[in-house]
Design a protein around this ligand. Structure first.
Ligand SMILES: CC(=O)N[C@H]1[C@@H](OP(=O)(O)OP(=O)(O)OC[C@H]2O[C@@H](n3ccc(=O)[nH]c3=O)[C@H](O)[C@@H]2O)O[C@H](CO)[C@@H](O)[C@@H]1O
Ligand SMILES: C=C(OP(=O)(O)O)C(=O)O
Length: 418
C-alpha cells in the first residue's frame, strides 16, 4: 500500500492548474447512458472515481475510450441494467446510473450504495423522486429494483436539497413524458454543468442552479460534446495550501463565482486573494491566519467538502475557530488524526472547536476519507518534520496528481510503497 511522506515547512510558490470537477464528471458520465449516440467529454480528470464509473458503464455493455483527458462514451451498445455490486459498493456516485438506466431501459437492479465514513448517506430522496415519476420500486436483499413503461413528469419537493437526488431526478425526467418540477433542488454548479450537458443533447431543462428546476421531457437525446467545469473543491484545497504554508501561488482554471464562500472565509482569515484575470487568482498569505467560524451548507453556502481542509488551516491560526458541519452527520473523522499532529480540536455535537496552535508536528497518520486525507496533507505541508499518511487511495479518488502539483509549488512530498 502506498503512503505519502511529507517534509513540512516549505512556503508554496508558483502556479497550479485545477483539473475538471469530479462531482461534475461523475453525473455527466452517468447521463451519457441516456443517449444511444456517442458523447465526447473533455477535461476529464484521471481520478480513481472516474475510472470506477467508467467500469460501471463498461459492465453494462457500453464502450468507453479514455485518452489523456478525453473520454468517448458509446452507449449504443448498452444492453444490461444491473451494475455489479463490487463496483457500486466502491463508490456512492455509482448510484447515479439508476435514473438514466430507468429512463432508457425501463428497468434497473442496483445494490444499495451503503454509507461511508462521513455518514449513513441514505437514498430515500432519490427513490422518492423516481417513484413520483412513476417507477415501481422494490427494495430487498440489499438491492433496489425499479421498473416502468415510461416515466411521467411530476412535481417533486425534496426535503433536503440533495445533490445526487436532484441529479438522478433531472436525468430520469429528461426522457419522461411531460413536465417535471423539482422544488428545493440542489443549486450546486455541478447541477448546472449536468443540465448544460443534457441540454446540449437536446433536453429541455430550465432553472438549474436555482431551487426550482423544470424539465420538459423529450422523446430522445442525441450525441454531444462537452467540456466539464473546473473542480472548485480542488481549487479551494490549493487556496488552503497557500494559506497554511504562508505561500504565494497563482491558481489557474478557476471559476470565481464558484469559490465565493471559500474566498470570503480565507479573506476573513487574513489571506490576500487577487484576481489575475478571468480564470486565475493569486493567493498570498504572509502571517498566521486569524481564526474564523464556518458553517457548512448546501451551495452557495460553504461546502462540506472543504470543511476538513479549512480545519487544517484553522488548526494553525492565532485564536479559536468554530466549525459546524450541518450536511453530513459524521464528518469529523479527521479530528483524531489532526490531533496526532498537534492540533487542538474538541468536538461538541455538530461543531468542532479549534484552538489554533503555533506549531504542528509531523506524525504517522491515516486518511479516513478523501477530504480528511487532503486535510492531513495540508497539515503535513506546514508541520515541523516528517508526516507519513497511509490509506492514500482515498486522496486519489478526488485529486489528480496532487503530489506532483504540490511539489511543483515547492513542497517536498514522496510516494513510497509500504
Ligand atoms: C459525487 C458527488 O457529487 N458528491 C457530492 C455530493 O454527494 P451526495 O449527492 O451524496 O450528497 P447529498 O447532497 O445527496 O447529501 C447531503 C445530505 O443529504 C442526505 N440525503 C441525501 C440523499 C437522500 O436520499 N437522503 C438524504 O438524507 C445525506 O445523507 C447528506 O446528509 O454532494 C455532497 C454535498 O455537497 C458532497 O459532499 C459530495 O462531494
Ligand atoms: C464526499 C465526497 O465525494 P463522494 O460523494 O463521491 O463520496 C467528496 O468529494 O468529498
Amino acid at each position: 500500500m502506498a503512503k505519502l511522506l511529507i517534509t513540512g515547512g516549505e512556503r508554496l510558490h508558483g502556479t497550479v492548474k485545477v483539473s475538471g470537477a469530479k462531482n461534475s464528471v461523475l453525473p455527466i458520465i452517468a447521463a451519457s447512458l441516456l443517449c444511444p449516440q456517442d458523447t465526447i467529454l473533455e477535461d476529464i480528470p484521471a481520478l480513481e472515481d472516474v475510472l470506477c464509473i467508467r467500469e460501471v458503464l463498461d459492465s453494462l455493455g457500453v464502450n468507453t475510450e479514455f485518452t489523456k483527458d478525453k473520454l468517448v462514451i458509446k452507449s449504443g451498445s448498452l444492453s444490461l441494467y444491473e451494475p455489479p455490486y463490487e463496483l457500486v459498493r466502491k463508490m456512492r456516485a455509482s448510484f447515479l446510473v439508476i435514473g438514466p438506466l430507468l429512463a432508457r431501459m425501463g428497468k434497473v437492479r442496483i445494490s444499495l450504495p451503503g454509507g461511508c465514513n462521513i455518514g449513513t448517506r441514505p437514498i430515500d430522496l432519490h427513490l422518492k423522486g423516481l417513484s413520483a415519476l412513476g417507477a415501481d420500486i422494490t427494495l430487498g436483499h440489499g438491492y433496489v429494483e425499479a421498473n416502468v413503461d415510461r416515466l411521467k413528469g411530476a412535481k417533486i419537493y425534496l426535503d433536503f436539497p440533495s445533490v445526487g437526488a436532484t441529479e438522478n431526478i433531472i436525468m430520469a425526467s429528461a426522457l419522461a413524458e411531460g413536465e417535471t418540477v423539482i422544488e428545493n433542488a440542489a443549486e450546486e454548479p455541478e447541477i448546472v454543468d449536468l443540465a448544460n450537458f443534457l441540454n446540449s443533447m437536446g433536453a429541455n431543462i430550465i432553472g438549474a442552479g436555482t431551487d426550482t428546476v423544470k424539465i420538459t421531457g423529450v422523446k430522445e437525446l442525441k450525441g454531444t460534446y462537452h467540456s466539464v467545469i473546473p473542480d472548485r473543491i480542488e481549487a479551494g484545497t490549493y487556496m488552503a495550501a497557500a494559506a497554511i504554508t504562508g505561500g504565494d501561488i497563482v491558481i489557474e482554471n478557476i471559476i470565481k463565482e464558484h469559490v465565493k464562500s471559500i474566498v470570503a472565509k480565507l479573506t476573513e482569515a487574513g489571506v490576500k486573494i487577487a484576481e489575475e484575470d478571468n480564470y486565475r487568482i493569486r493567493v498570498t498569505a504572509d502571517k498566521r491566519m486569524n481564526p474564523v467560524d464556518i458553517k457548512t451548507l448546501p451551495y452557495p453556502g460553504f461546502p462540506t467538502d472543504l470543511q476538513a481542509p479549512m480545519m487544517a488551516v484553522m488548526s494553525k491560526s492565532c485564536g479559536t475557530s468554530i466549525i459546524t458541519e450541518t450536511v453530513f452527520e459524521n464528518r469529523f473523522m479527521h479530528v483524531c488524526e489532526l490531533k496526532r499532529m498537534g492540533a487542538n480540536v474538541k468536538i461538541e455535537g455538530r461543531s468542532a472547536v479549534i484552538e489554533g496552535v503555533e506549531r504542528l508536528t509531523g506524525a504517522k497518520v491515516k486518511a479516513t476519507d478523501l477530504r480528511a486525507g487532503a486535510a492531513l496533507l495540508l497539515c503535513g505541508l506546514a508541520a515541523e518534520g516528517k508526516t507519513e499518511i497511509s490509506d492514500i487511495y482515498h486522496i486519489s479518488r478526488g485529486y489528480v496528481d496532487i503530489k506532483d502539483k504540490l511539489n511543483n509549488l515547492g513542497a517536498c512530498i514522496e510516494e513510497v510503497e509500504e
